[in-house]
Ligand binder design. Structure first.
Ligand SMILES: C[C@@](CO)(OP(=O)(O)O)[C@H](O)COP(=O)(O)OP(=O)(O)OC[C@H]1O[C@@H](n2ccc(N)nc2=O)[C@H](O)[C@@H]1O
Ligand SMILES: Nc1ncnc2c1ncn2[C@@H]1O[C@H](COP(=O)(O)OP(=O)(O)O)[C@@H](O)[C@H]1O
Length: 268
């Protein structure tokens, strides 16, 4: 069985308060994009994990695909062992949520393949144990998110009439480090409202609290944002804690542009 975990971008992100558990309450809008990994599970087998494509840092046993299997195994002792292969294509540590997507797709795949009968709500609860933005990949539809990022409300947002340009500058930003550089505050305007305004107005109204500290450590990211606007983006932002940068362009304008950013560019 093979599935294709996709990435997400954040359209706006406010870090609201630090919580007693060390995490932060935030508000953000998650939007899924079709840049994917490939995740294959073969059964019957013994529990193994192999990888190809972009190397995933860390020990194999810490890979979120394996963690997802172990999480379900605790509650479903008869869950069979499987051979897992992950072909990694989504840049890592880029604010694109690729690891979280792999974990959520693994939960969903095991639920389907072994008929565990978990509801969407139960899968969301399991996903939230694996990572704060993991739950989003269960509904995998545009969502306004609060709490740690696991409280999800579908939002009526469709960017199909726009071209989205992702620039990946090859910088790995550590999410915990980035949260530690933010002074939380309650936003003057909630994203729940501003996300429903025309895309053309977002430049003035929608912001990502991670940009200031991350741009300060990596000034080239601020330059990429300026370049995206210079190329004709109506809105440009960093995704999550970075380092991927996103530009939203009118579809009819994108065809003639050659992006000379010097970085990896995906047009979606
Ligand atoms: C910032 C966001 C925005 O979508 O995404 P990325 O840019 O990393 O993709 C998410 O909140 C990241 O979610 P995720 O990458 O799953 O984070 P986790 O593994 O749960 O946490 C990594 C670390 O980030 C911090 N953290 C994370 C989420 C949160 N709401 N408050 C936090 O303080 C904690 O220090 C935690 O140890
Ligand atoms: N399947 C996986 N894919 C990517 N990263 C993974 C995976 N499993 C564990 N990780 C760990 O998660 C960290 C960041 O994951 P990723 O989701 O790519 O970044 P981000 O949180 O910036 O979106 C990596 O440093 C890596 O060690």
């Amino acid at each position: 069985m093979i599935v294709f975990p996709n990435c997400k971008i954040n359209l706006g992100l406010h870090v609201i308060r630090k919580r007693p558990d060390g995490f932060h309450d935030l508000e953000t809008v998650f939007y899924p994009l079709p840049l994917t990994d490939a995740l294959e599970v073969i059964t019957p087998g013994t529990l193994t994990f192999t990888g190809s494509g972009i190397p995933v840092p860390g020990n194999t046993e810490d890979n979120l695909c394996l963690k997802a299997w172990h999480l379900l195994k605790q509650d479903f002792p008869s869950l069979p062992e499987v051979n897992i292969h992950l072909h990694k294509h989504i840049p890592i540590g880029a604010g694109l949520g690729g690891g979280s997507a792999d974990a959520a797709f693994m939960l969903q795949l095991l639920n389907d393949r072994f008929e565990l009968s978990l509801t969407e709500g139960q899968l969301i609860a399991y996903a939230a144990k694996l990572g704060s933005d993991c739950a989003f990949f269960i509904p995998n539809k545009p969502c306004y998110a609060t709490g740690r990022g696991e409280i999800l409300e579908p939002v009526s947002l469709n960017l199909d009439n726009w071209s989205l340009v992702l620039v990946y500058p090859g910088i790995h930003v550590n999410t915990g480090w980035a949260f530690g550089r933010i002074t939380p505050k309650i936003p003057a305007q909630s994203l729940r409202d501003t996300i429903l305004t025309p895309v053309e107005s977002w430049k003035e109204t929608i912001s990502n609290d991670f940009e200031a500290p991350v741009f300060s450590a990596h000034p080239e990211l601020g330059q990429i944002k300026e370049e995206l606007y210079a190329y004709g983006a109506v809105y440009a932002t960093m995704s999550g804690s970075g380092s991927a940068m996103v530009g939203i362009f009118p579809k009819n304008k994108i065809a003639g542009i050659t992006f000379n950013t010097g970085h990896k560019v995906f047009i979606l």
